[in-house]
Design a protein around this ligand. Structure first.
Ligand code: NAP
Length: 213
């Protein structure tokens, strides 16, 4: 499979690129800074220089079998960038996938996007942007999966998760390595198509948990 990762130099995305390459997939990674290109190549991914908040040639998705959206404006960004990046960048890529006939799209969303108004006030612009991006993807013609992880950590991977469709009804943490493994498994498991789910570190082996969605 040829997988295009958006936000490819991000912490989850780099882990995902490594997992996908180890499984024999081809990876192209969207980065916005040319200085990150060598680092992409070292991961075995072909760099694609693109700022997702600018007017760009969206034929970038052409030739991909699947897209994983793992980009984000980041916690230090203002509400405007939640709109231009977390929402706008995602919507552009969904539009592009539809236009170019890319079948599969996996979105890194966030726990809390199901009900932004119930989140902490400071988080609401972010959660509203993620909710709107998820809504656009779910309304698309693509084979989509929306993954909503809890708070991300850089702890060692566990390979074990709890998943809830669409919700787990509780908050918690998950390692970025485990999120990357979940994303990679989504690309290989048809049971995840058309599903929105929350995921935390937990008790069930990842492929078993996702295979039973
Ligand atoms: P990350 O390390 O901040 O990665 C985000 C990537 O997006 C960065 O590499 C960044 O590029 C890229 N990006 C930002 N603006 C861009 C633009 N205009 N064009 C192209 N790329 C752009 O994030 P992470 O830790 O891997 O997490 C991935 C996502 O998970 C987050 O963005 C968030 O939406 C979601 N999430 C986070 C949490 C949490 O606890 N933090 C919980 C649930 C979900 P640069 O390297 O150039 O900055």
């Amino acid at each position: 499979m040829n997988v295009l990762i958006a936000g490819a130099n991000g912490k989850i995305a780099r882990r995902l690129a490594r997992v996908l390459r180890e499984s024999g997939h081809e990876v192209r990674g969207i980065i916005r800074s040319p200085e990150q290109a060598d680092s992409m190549r070292e991961l075995g991914a072909e760099p694609v220089i693109l700022d997702l908040e600018q007017e760009v040639d969206w034929s970038v998705a052409d030739g991909s079998d699947a897209i994983v959206f793992a980009a984000g404006a980041g916690p230090g960004s203002d509400p405007e960038r939640k709109q231009t990046m977390d929402l706008g960048g995602a919507v552009k890529l969904v539009d592009s996938a539809e236009a170019q006939g890319v079948g599969r799209f996996v979105m890194v969303s966030a726990m809390g996007a199901a009900d932004p108004e119930s989140g902490p006030e400071k988080m609401q612009p972010y959660l509203r942007a993620k909710a709107a991006a998820d809504e656009r993807l779910a309304a698309s013609s693509l084979d989509w999966t929306i993954v909503r992880p809890g708070s991300l950590t850089d702890e060692a991977p566990t390979g074990l998760v709890d998943v809830g469709v669409p919700s787990l009804g509780r908050r918690g943490e998950i390692t970025r390595d485990d999120v990357a493994a979940v994303l990679a498994a989504c690309l290989e498991l048809d049971a995840t198509v058309g599903k929105t789910f929350e995921v935390l570190g937990g008790e069930t082996e990842i492929r078993k948990a996702l295979g039973e969605l």
